[in-house]
Design a protein around this ligand. Structure first.
Ligand code: CA
Length: 434
């Protein structure tokens, strides 16, 4: 095949040399990713963050392609060249099962994007599957096993899913570029020149230790500054409450939802198949929300309108030990006429920036290995005090969300945010205080 080039804002030229990769990009399932934003509601906070999963998937493919190319020429005795196409394909397809507003939708409708990813790859009815079968009949299963973490050669899996993999490397650079914040810009070129295959995994040369350190610090910064931003999470909880309201109304108002939001019916009725799932994207959802804005149900209409017009909820942080006192706050909402089920929410966001291998952990992590000058292999945090200080510790916060009208700007309560927060701590918040 003649080389195909996709111009890309992060990697400049993304080169496609394999026909199968090009055909996969042209399937309807992959083209659908153009209609799904990579960052979901984060674009409401960082307005440049409107890029699609399509561009991210191409980026992950490109980083993987550059790595396996180097492995093929520099480490032919450790890297099996026949795994190159498999690694590039799994990289390209790793997010194929993501849906519109994935994480919120999954919580409300019990879908699972990783499972859908494997389903799209292995189900004979998809175009993706048909293209993969042209490589070999067992190729779809192989790709699915890389994504399901069961492929025997761990080198391939770690390229796509580990603490420093092609997926994370692309999203940090891409999200940082499009959101306009610089925290995510690490030295990709350097990392790609020190990455090496090991017998059963991947490692990084000691000479590039600082580039790896820098990558982890920037990843940490992006989580704290961008991914966990309170306003993006406010849009997420708004969306969650909106879906919740629609779900509750559906049984009594089937005709209304058939008319305004037909593609959601299989999910309300909990009998969806793969095709139903693939019919949803950001545009479809946003059109439904606009139609719901005129619903005769005041809560549905109001939440939809708040979402479309970005009228975000406000929030305060709270400690786990004060969790019980949130009930008082919910009571306050009720006292002024807000239904607390739909006009408040609790949102937790925590991240583990780096961890060593702990066999007993719920999801044990593959640690980052560094190859020292004498050939010995060491775990990263034993060599870097900086990384060691981040290791094993979680960062993030819990927030209680409520309508802006509850603050003094909205006249309902003569309280500012600090006072609100203090009330949670003191635990004597009650409707009479206002
Ligand atoms: Ca991804």
């Amino acid at each position: 095949m003649r080389e195909k080039i996709f111009r890309d804002s992060v990697h400049n030229d993304i080169v496609i040399t394999e026909r199968v990769i090009y055909e996969l990009i042209n399937t309807k399932e992959f083209q659908r990713l153009r209609r799904i934003k990579q960052l979901g509601t984060t674009g409401y906070t960082f307005h440049g963050g409107e890029h699609s999963r399509f561009s991210h998937c191409l980026g992950v493919y490109d980083i993987t392609r550059r790595i396996v190319q180097r492995f093929n020429t520099t480490y032919p005795h450790i890297w099996k060249s026949e795994d190159s196409l498999l690694a590039m394909t799994a990289a390209l397809l790793h997010d194929i099962g993501h849906g519109a507003y994935s994480h919120t939708f999954e919580r409300l409708f019990d879908t699972d994007h990783e499972q859908v990813t494997r389903q799209i790859i292995t189900s004979p009815e998809t175009d993706i599957h048909q293209v993969l079968c042209k490589v070999s009949l067992d190729f779809p299963e192989k790709v699915a096993s890389v994504i399901g973490h069961t492929y025997p050669n761990k080198q391939v899996e770690e390229l796509i899913s580990s603490q420093i993999d092609a997926d994370r490397m692309d999203y940090l650079l891409r999200d940082s570029y499009f959101t306009g914040v610089s925290y995510g810009q690490f030295d990709l070129t350097r990392i790609l020149s020190i990455i090496q295959p090991l017998k059963n995994g991947i490692a990084f040369a000691h000479s590039g230790l600082h580039a790896v350190e820098d990558y982890l610090i920037r990843r940490y910064q992006m989580y704290m500054q961008v991914y966990f931003h309170p306003a993006s999470r406010a849009m997420e909880v708004l969306l969650q409450n909106l879906f919740k309201r629609a779900k509750v109304l559906y049984p009594e108002h089937k005709d209304y939802f058939r008319m305004t939001s037909p593609n959601l019916i299989p999910f309300f009725e909990r009998r969806y198949d793969l095709n139903d799932y693939l019919r949803l994207d950001d545009g479809v959802m946003n059109a439904y929300f606009q139609l719901w804005m005129t619903s005769s149900d005041k809560i549905l209409a109001d939440l939809a309108s708040r979402f479309i017009n970005r009228k975000v909820f406000k929030s305060v942080t709270f400690d786990e030990e004060h969790k019980d006192r949130l009930d008082d706050l919910r009571e306050c909402l009720t006292a002024v006429g807000f239904d607390a089920d739909y006009y408040s929410a609790v949102h937790y966001n925590f991240d583990l920036p780096y961890d060593i291998y702990r066999p007993t952990a719920k999801k044990p992590r593959t640690e980052i290995s560094i190859i020292e000058k004498n050939g010995a292999i060491a775990e990263l945090s034993t060599l870097s005090p900086l990384v060691s200080s981040l290791t094993g510790s979680t960062h993030g916060d819990r927030r209680f969300y409520f309508p802006k009208e509850m603050l003094n700007t909205g006249d309902l309560f003569n309280l500012d945010k600090q006072a609100f927060q203090q009330q949670i701590k003191n635990g004597h918040f009650n409707p009479k205080d206002r």
